[in-house]
Design a protein around this ligand. Sequence first.
Ligand code: AMP
Length: 125
Amino acid sequence: MTIDATQPYDDTNIFAKILRGEIPNKTVYEDEYALAFHDIAPQAPVHILVIPKGAYVSWDDFSARASEAEIAGFVRAVGHIAREQGLVEPGYRLLANVGDHGGQEVPHLHVHLFGGQPLGPMLAR
Ligand code: AMP
């Protein structure tokens, strides 16, 4: 089921539980601002989710409310992970689904990082 990205943050969502350590994840990177872990149902050879540590529903919520330090820290973390995973030379794709039309299912901002093979057209045709 997709979510309404205008709703207030719901701290019972699955990524909030991961951040609190209540459910396990396969961590690939963590710092003050971001946590990155393997997607549970990968759609490419590399499929990593990068989430901010703060309570933000979506890219919209994050870009409106997060501090400069949180935004810089999160964006730098995404770049760092791509470099650390060796994805820059072959190339990779970032995706952030927002709300119903975006197909967002988990109401905590996450950026999908895909790579490891040619990824095909940007949207399903
Ligand atoms: P989205 O449709 O953009 O909200 O994507 C949600 C993503 O979260 C999907 O790719 C799911 O496979 C992934 N996901 C859901 N639960 C977990 C979990 N416990 N650990 C890792 N990934 C998850």
